[in-house]
Ligand binder design. Structure first.
Ligand SMILES: [Zn+2]
Length: 93
């Protein structure tokens, strides 16, 4: 069975439906026996929803969400956020 670490690694692909079937089966087998990973998955999905709202409003997500989770979501949604302004902490000329 895969480890919690691998669940985190596969989470983005799992949520976006890009996980190969055999990996997805292992992933779900882990979720069946590991409530913390289920909670993590749920909070990840919530973060995606909030992230999309933040993307539209050009606002930051609520602070109770772990920064690493926000970064992961933002990395996932990079393409979807292309209509927003340039990043606030830009190192432009
Ligand atoms: Zn786990």
């Amino acid at each position: 069975m895969i480890s919690c670490r691998e669940v985190f690694d596969f989470l983005v692909d799992y949520v976006s439906g890009e996980l190969p079937p055999h990996v997805r089966a292992e992933f779900e087998r882990h979720l069946a026996v590991c409530p913390p990973c289920v909670a993590y998955l749920n909070s990840y999905r919530d973060t995606i929803r909030l992230g999309r709202a933040a993307c539209r409003d050009n606002d930051v997500p609520p602070p109770e969400i772990p920064e690493e989770l926000v970064k992961a979501v933002m990395a996932t949604m990079r393409g979807e956020c292309s209509n927003s302004k340039s990043p606030p902490s830009g190192e432009s000329q």
